[in-house]
Write a protein that binds this ligand. Structure first.
Ligand code: SF4
Ligand code: SF4
Length: 303
């Protein structure tokens, strides 16, 4: 059995990616299982989704704690202590990272010792779809890694995306970008072992104290320390020559992170701005433009 785990941000499509992969595997003659796990239902919050693929019946249930393949749809998750996407990855497993870095650079940057595949699917999505929609692209990369055929992937994309995308042309662009990613990944053989399961007849759930197994706030008032804006794709930039100080952007920002400078012009706290660009959409005079982030900003750059 092949076990895959997707790690993304709320809004990036990790759930749909696992769904498309599961459907593609099924249409290719496998048994498949896919399901998501949500934490905070908030755009940008870490999301996990799982797919199991097997020629045999799949009797296993529950979260995939020891995956053969990890798909990291947002590379900032690799340094997010709440996400830890590489945890439990089996020896001999494969990590896909959505990044402009090469596999070697990615290994060095994040200290990864496993087999790494990289592709900048955010850039491909922006270039080919016109917006950062990553679900079908991540599914395509995973399908290639899992050895699923291209026809089954195309059929699965049609089946799953037609239920959520009404515009034919947009669906076709999604499929085209997904197939581009599928063909950009070199096939590899996954050499993980199933040995750890040989003696297990039942699912073992270790006892944990309430402090470990229940949500708990150990440090009061730590929200300001969480950099919720470290993963955005675009940053809003203000043009004060055009701004009329109408305050619409201040009122519309869902994060409440736009403040006023000493001259009364708005500026955002980039450490917590998640890049939703609602401010730019709502500005009546177009005084806010979007600038692509080449990487998440460091704390020093934000100041
Ligand atoms: S992009 Fe604009 S609206 Fe969205 S979080 Fe940042 S400042 Fe607020
Ligand atoms: S919405 Fe536009 S014009 Fe109004 S304060 Fe914000 S940037 Fe200025």
């Amino acid at each position: 059995m092949l076990r895959l785990r997707f790690h993304g941000r709320g809004g990036q499509g990790a759930k749909v990616a696992s769904r498309v992969l599961g459907s593609a595997a099924f249409l290719d003659g496998y048994n498949a299982q896919d399901f998501p796990l949500y934490g905070a239902e908030r755009r940008g919050a870490p999301i996990t989704a799982f797919t199991r693929i097997s020629r045999d019946d799949i009797l296993e249930r529950g979260l995939v704690s020891q995956p053969d393949v990890v798909v990291v749809m947002d590379e900032t998750l690799l340094s997010d202590p709440q996400s830890t996407p590489l945890s439990g990855l089996k020896k001999g497993g494969v990590v896909f990272v959505n990044t402009p870095l090469t596999p070697l650079e990615t290994k060095e940057e994040y200290g990864i010792e496993d087999h790494v595949i990289t592709l900048d699917i955010t850039k491909i999505s922006l270039d080919m779809i016109g917006k950062p929609v990553l679900s079908s692209l991540a599914a395509a990369v995973a399908a290639k890694v899992a050895g699923i055929g291209e026809k089954a992937l195309r059929d699965a994309l049609e089946k799953e995306l037609s239920g959520i995308i009404s515009e034919r042309e947009l669906l076709d662009r999604n499929t085209e970008a997904a197939i581009y990613c599928y063909n950009a990944v070199v096939p590899i053989s996954i050499e993980t072992t199933e040995k750890f399961r040989e003696k297990e007849n039942v699912i073992s759930i270790p006892f944990e104290t309430a402090l470990v197994s229940s949500p708990s706030i150990l440090s009061k008032g730590n929200t300001p320390l969480r950099r919720t804006g470290n993963w955005r794709i675009f940053r809003p930039v203000w043009d004060y020559d055009a701004c009329t100080k109408c305050m619409t952007c201040v009122a519309r920002c869902p994060e409440g992170c736009i403040q006023l400078n000493e001259d009364g012009y708005p500026y955002t706290d980039y450490a917590n701005c998640k890049g939703c660009l609602i401010c730019a959409e709502e500005c009546p005079v177009g005084a806010i433009s979007k600038v692509r982030e080449s990487h998440s900003q460091t704390e020093e750059e934000d100041q």
